[in-house]
Design a protein around this ligand. Structure first.
Ligand code: GDP
Ligand code: MG
Length: 293
């Protein structure tokens, strides 16, 4: 008899949710950056081991109600996954206590689902004992099923976390083929890779609302032609992406191309365009048209 279930990874932006998902699956399927709100859509990571299939849901960070449509969207998304989950990984950072963590924990406590406290980034602690007061503090706040300190980046204590999760999955048939590791197709993954490079190479200059849409993927003479559009909010943001004499856009394209090639093991030709879509974050219909709804 096989087992299969959902695990939701929930936590404040930047605690390391996407890094954990990639470490668990052993391959990069969710993009990572030091800039909060990098993960904008829900991403499934699928892992099948020892007759157990675990479907992880990487969520955008839960937020206090933001004014803009994209924030509302993210709230809806994050709270929608908890009721269906067989376990919730509530992630915090070992190095600091944040008010927002507490608000998220309150949200989670509205549901009757087993919650595991995952304390990430233990590699940043000078002394591992420093974690003990944090554990004590959290034990008083909520009845966690387990408390697991990890380093998602260095894959420390991931096995122990995995074992715990395996034990929590209910009996049932697999929902995905054994070899599948994500629910996203190539055009989504390519767009996410481009967006990651865009965020890396533009730093704080560009708002997180910038989006990337892959418009076409066509195979021609053993070469995959990918056309993608980087949508910015205002005309003034175009030069930030393009750079002097197109220098920056070229760098973004080169970095993204290398990674897409690694992912699919095929030669590609990547063409990037920058277009302006004014105020799309304030317009839910525009979100829909960008495939974000
Ligand atoms: P998310 O917003 O919760 O998905 O967080 P990300 O996975 O995008 O990670 C945010 C930042 O934290 C990135 O710069 C990661 O490299 C970093 N990070 C994630 N896990 C660890 C860890 O275990 N140790 C350290 N030192 N940094 C980490
Ligand atoms: Mg993320």
């Amino acid at each position: 008899m096989t087992k299969c279930g959902y695990v939701a990874i929930i936590g404040r932006p930047n605690v390391g949710k996407s890094t954990l998902l990639n470490t668990l699956i052993g391959q990069k399927i969710s993009i990572i950056s030091s800039k909060p709100q990098t993960t904008r859509q829900q991403i499934l990571g699928i892992q099948t081991i020892q007759s157990v299939q675990i479907i992880y849901i990487d969520t955008p960070g839960l937020h206090h109600a933001g004014k803009r449509a994209i924030n509302r969207y993210m709230n809806r998304l994050a709270s929608a996954v908890i009721p269906d989950a067989n376990a919730v990984l509530f992630m915090i950072e070992a190095t600091r206590f944040h008010e927002e963590d507490e608000r998220i924990l309150q949200q989670i406590s509205n549901y009757s689902v087993p919650v595991i406290l995952v304390i990430n980034k233990i590699d940043k602690l000078k002394d591992k004992k420093l974690i003990l007061p944090l554990i004590e503090q959290y034990k008083e706040k909520f009845n966690f099923l387990h408390i697991v300190p990890i380093s998602a980046e260095r894959a420390e204590n991931i096995d122990s976390l995995q074992k715990t999760l395996i034990s929590l999955m209910p009996e049932g048939p697999y929902l995905f083929p054994e070899e599948q590791i994500t629910d996203k197709d190539l055009s989504f993954q390519a767009a996410e890779i481009i967006r990651e490079k865009l965020i890396r190479l533009t730093g704080q200059e560009l708002p997180y609302s910038t989006t990337v849409v892959v418009e076409s993927i066509k195979e021609q003479n053993n070469l995959l032609n990918i056309n993608a559009v980087i949508w910015v909010e205002r005309e003034g943001q175009k030069p930030i992406v393009i750079g002097k004499a197109g220098e920056r856009l070229k760098k973004i394209g080169t970095a993204a191309r290398k990674e897409i090639v690694k992912l699919i093991g095929k030669k590609i030709f990547l063409r990037l365009w920058v277009k302006v879509k004014s105020d799309w974050t304030d317009d839910e219909r525009a979100l829909g048209s960008l495939g974000l709804k």
